[in-house]
Design a protein around this ligand. Structure first.
Ligand SMILES: [Zn+2]
Length: 1001
């Protein structure tokens, strides 16, 4: 054995162990496989991912002691469906049974934790778990979040709800890790939710400073680490007996060093790194020798080594029955690797991709709920169910769910190479097209499907003179299980339009020249929709003058009032000539001296605050020789952001549905074209309805000059002391107090926002709701800034080599809703509003404007009963997952045992319902209360419920069978409270996420 020589050296250099307790090292073989980062999924499969599973399965089958953990399901499934031979498949099942191959996490990807929405994180986990349970009867129990850039407090909650026994994280702030390591505090019990507390606590292991890669600095591993991957099996020993790349092996020393950082004598020794084990035979063959050698000299070293799965390691730690510190609902964001390496840039990298990813998942959400309704009402209807499910789960010869894989930590984060970003965009577009096709198919249902009680009286038409009229039908679907009243915007090419609802009644509408398209028009109209209901609206375009007909009066033709461009250099005394824009909730004042917002009055509370909004820019450094840089991941500010304009023009469009304020910002005083714009929409005419609280702002930013990072800054008179509240994945809020650092203070005070952020003082709160993730900060008193776009280039070799410089020349158009009021008033509505922004009504014109022919028949409204939940509960999921596993675990194992590789049939009868309580304990006097609903009643609009089973988060466990390990804490043993349903009544407590299988008659 060639390695013998080298172990002689090992023997001599390692000091003898004097500790009483022998250290047990768990060598966990793994391969970190990014589902798209520098290379596309396809390229990665070809280059290594496929070989990882083939060769690992072969090597494990060869030697009994070897083990491996499989993490991302995306690659495993691709391999399983397209590559694995029958022999491989048989071996996989055998290895799983022996506990030598272990599925960890089980999601399609290792999702990002900072910029992912909680719903998307759950979906991708559900998808992976469904596959594993259907195929193997396996339910993962451990997490391995080794690479996400910072750790959210929502993730441990989700993993606890999914039935995990332990959680693992790695990338946390370097200072903090240092302290935790020194004090043996890397392991703790995490109560990620402030409301769920010990009910969903989970033991959490933080990887030590070596993180998930086998140490590569070790002298032995100058070239190949402990991987031996790609290096031919060792050549003939050189004459002097010393190998060029093998000086002193220090595995034992390394194990001993790490043992000092933990309370128990167990050391988790991850063996692997990115793209490892594609040549598993070489890796294992060498490590076998190493492991055997150390073990035969175990007494001498005081160290024993074994191949292990993650489960083996956690089991050993759990068995020590030690007591652990408790961590509350605090996350590990932001994340820095050193003082000038703040990973806060990616919160704003690739804004377009972040926006499309969220739009795609809300479209998927809409299509799933509508299809579920359809499938229950018309199981044999003309829209084939198999076809429909295919549209929701698009395949490329395999079950790769397009919309989900972008949640990967190099996907939605925007940290991938341009070609991988293109791959994600293409996948998302295809996924959205599928969802749209399905929605259209259901919207266009033939009339014969109507129930007799759905037939409405013939419409009283025409309203406008027939002969000159073109008409178009628009379907509007409300994907939320709440009744809503809102306005929608349809782009049209005519200057006048009348809108009729499905009863033929004209609805309030407004038309005006478009803010974004100079030759087109924006038609706004008011929609009132029940939960999970759609309505058909008829838009008529009168070609001649509209006359004094009553219907035309329902459409307000809004005129644009233009204001002269104002120059920053001419500002004298601001705040004297103010122009009000009012609605039922607010009075906005615009300063005619500057064309900027000046103040907002909350008319209900009769309280005014000063508000100014500007576009500012950070100028980034791209020369590594000149100082720290900004890139895909990292944000480095050279000082404060500076105003990015010299003059501002303004237009105001007073309306009867919505009043619009359009502001155009010019980089130079007399530039012909503006650099930035913001359109603020103030809803009017919504007396007493929630919608009047929403101030919608849509921005146009880009293309940027290179090495600019653009922020939109709202400066208010609030006394917030630079304290900011931002959400963790849209699930819960985190308080962010301003921190001073020796270096890099601006960047290290940036935080991600996914759905909501706010600043407040004793009397007022200003909340900002988003439809895509951004980076935000409060760097001065009363200030809130949001990074909207980044365009960067740098000359760092590594960045250039991988094409990761973020040279993003796109134009981005993000939207923010601003809500303002007393802290209590805003607190009671902003969660729901954030969801209304995420799940805006789906607007689908189903034909082109055409001449009015004969009456086209009766109006269609196939789902005439709304599905409505109380205001504090959100219907997170209503879908047909299609998995065909038995909900009874024993039976599922029996079926798998007897069925072999039988083809699974899609199960259309099992509906997955997920309901979440939006409020924290004590957040609102009424809405925070536990809320009881009767599932039979709630679902009545869909069909008659015959059976309900409560399940774990991803559906694979019957909740009454689910027992998670309890870990002793210094505050007592945590207890699991399982929610039971009785007569279909369910009481949902603050912040609970409850998952059910529902069966209909
Ligand atoms: Zn990664």
């Amino acid at each position: 054995m060639f390695l013998f020589f080298f172990f002689v050296l090992l023997l001599m250099t390692t000091s003898e162990n004097d500790a009483a307790e022998r250290i047990q090292a768990f060598v966990i073989p793994h391969s970190h496989m990014d589902v798209g980062w520098v290379y596309t999924v396809k390229e990665s499969m070809h280059a290594y991912a496929s070989n990882v599973y083939s060769s690992v399965v072969e090597e494990l089958s060869r030697v009994k002691s070897r083990k491996f953990i499989a993490v991302e399901q995306e690659f495993f499934r691709l391999w399983w469906v397209n590559v694995a031979s029958d022999w491989h498949k048989k071996q996989v099942k055998q290895l799983l049974q022996e506990g030598r191959l272990e599925f960890i996490i089980g999601g399609q990807v290792m999702h990002d934790e900072a910029v992912t929405d909680v719903d998307d994180a759950i979906l991708q986990l559900t998808e992976g778990h469904g596959f594993l349970y259907e195929t193997f009867g396996v339910r993962p129990r451990f997490s391995w979040h080794v690479d996400p850039f910072g750790a959210s407090a929502t993730t441990p909650v989700l993993f606890a709800l999914a039935g995990f026994n332990a959680h693992l994280i790695s990338r946390i702030d370097y200072d903090l890790k240092d302290v935790m390591q020194k004090n043996k505090k890397l392991q703790f019990v995490w109560r990620g939710s402030a409301s769920l507390l010990e009910k969903q606590e989970i033991f959490t292991h933080t990887m030590d400073q070596f993180s998930y890669c086998t140490p590569s600095y070790l002298p032995f591993s100058n070239r190949s680490g402990f991987y031996w991957n790609g290096v031919a099996l060792f050549p003939d020993p050189p004459k002097d007996g010393i190998y060029p790349n093998m000086s002193l092996p220090t595995m034992v020393d390394n194990i001993k060093q790490r043992a000092q950082w933990f309370k128990t004598s167990h050391v988790l020794w991850p063996w692997g790194c990115d793209k490892q084990f594609y040549n598993a035979s070489v890796q294992f063959m060498n490590m076998d020798v190493m492991v055997n050698y150390i073990n035969t000299h175990s007494d001498k070293y005081g160290v024993a080594v074994q191949y292990a799965t993650l489960g083996d390691y956690f089991q050993a730690v759990h068995q020590t029955n030690l007591s652990w510190d408790v961590r509350g609902s605090k996350d590990f964001l932001p994340y820095s690797t050193e003082s000038f390496q703040a990973w806060t840039g990616f919160y704003g990298s690739r804004d377009v991709l972040k926006g499309i990813a969220r739009r795609a998942s809300s479209l998927l959400h809409a299509a799933e709920s509508l299809f579920t309704r359809y499938s229950i009402s018309y199981p044999d209807g003309p829209v084939p169910r198999e076809w429909a499910l295919e549209k929701l789960k698009p395949c490329v010869g395999l079950s790769q769910r397009y919309i989900l894989s972008v949640q990967h930590h190099d996907g939605i984060t925007g940290t991938e190479s341009p070609k991988v970003a293109d791959m994600y965009m293409q996948h998302l577009m295809q996924g959205m097209m599928g969802a749209e096709e399905l929605l259209a198919a259901i919207f266009l249902l033939p009339h014969s499907l109507e129930h007799s009680n759905n037939i409405h009286p013939p419409q009283t038409r025409p309203i406008v003179e027939k002969k000159d009229v073109l008409e178009q039908h628009v379907i509007v679907y409300n994907p939320l299980a709440w009744n809503i009243s809102s306005y929608i915007n349809v782009s049209v090419s005519y200057a006048m339009a009348v809108v009729l609802d499905d009863d033929g009644k004209p609805v309030p509408a407004q038309i005006q020249q478009s803010a974004t398209n100079s030759s087109g028009y924006d038609l706004f109209f008011v929609v009132e929709l029940g939960g999970l209901q759609y309505r058909k609206y008829l838009v008529q375009f009168p070609q001649s003058h509209c006359g004094s007909g009553s219907a035309c009066r329902k459409t307000h033709v809004a005129r644009i009032v233009k204001f002269k461009r104002k120059y920053l250099s001419h500002w004298k005394s601001t705040g004297r000539k103010l122009l009000p824009v009012l609605n039922e909730c607010y009075k906005l004042m615009f300063d005619q001296e500057t064309n900027l917002l000046h103040s907002i009055t909350d008319r209900h509370e009769k309280r005014s605050i000063l508000v100014q909004q500007d576009f500012c820019e950070y100028e980034a450094n791209g020369d590594v020789n000149a100082g720290p840089i900004s890139d895909n991941y990292i944000f480095t500010a050279n000082g404060s952001a500076v105003l990015a304009y010299k003059s501002v023009a303004m237009e105001i469009v007073p309306g009867k549905v919505v009043s619009e304020i359009r502001q155009y910002f010019y980089r130079n005083e007399d530039d012909k074209n503006h650099t930035y714009s913001v359109v603020t929409r103030v809803p009017v005419g919504f007396q007493g309805k929630l919608a009047c609280h929403r101030l919608e702002q849509s921005y146009k930013v880009g293309p940027l000059e290179v090495n600019r990072e653009t922020v939109f800054r709202t400066s208010t008179s609030l006394q917030n002391n630079r304290t900011l509240f931002t959400d963790n994945n849209g699930y819960q809020m985190m308080r962010r107090t301003y921190k001073n650092f020796v270096n890099n203070t601006v960047a290290r005070n940036y935080y991600p926002v996914v759905r909501a952020a706010y600043i407040e003082d004793d009397s007022c709160r200003v909340a900002f709701l988003t439809e895509r993730a951004h980076g935000v900060a409060s760097l001065s008193q009363g200030q809130f800034e949001v990074m909207l776009h980044r365009c960067l280039w740098n000359n760092q070799e590594w960045n250039l080599g991988y094409n990761l410089t973020l040279n993003d020349s796109s134009v981005v158009r993000p939207i923010l809703w601003m809500i303002l009021g007393s802290p209590a008033a805003v607190s009671s509505i902003y969660q729901q509003e954030a969801l209304e922004l995420q799940h805006r009504p789906v607007v689908m014109p189903i034909d082109k404007p055409q001449k009015l022919w004969i009456q086209k028949g009766k109006s269609i409204q196939p789902f005439d009963q709304p599905v409505v939940l109380p205001q504090n509960l959100h219907m997170q999921t209503l879908s047909i997952p299609g998995w065909n596993y038995s909900p009874n675990h024993t039976r599922q194992l029996q079926n798998l045992g007897s069925g072999g590789d039988k083809h699974f049939k899609i199960n259309f009868d099992r509906i997955l319902l997920r309901v979440t309580h939006l409020y924290e304990e004590g957040e609102d006097p009424v809405l925070s209360k536990p809320t009881t609903i009767n599932l039979k009643e709630v679902m009545q609009g869909i069909g008659e419920v015959t059976k309900v089973m409560e399940r774990s988060l991803t559906g694979t466990w019957d909740i009454s069978d689910l027992q998670r390990w309890s870990w002793k804490t210094n505050t007592g043993v945590g207890k699991t409270v399982s929610g039971m349903t009785k007569d279909f009544n369910v009481t949902i407590f603050p912040k609970e996420i409850r998952t059910f299988f529902i069966y209909f008659k």
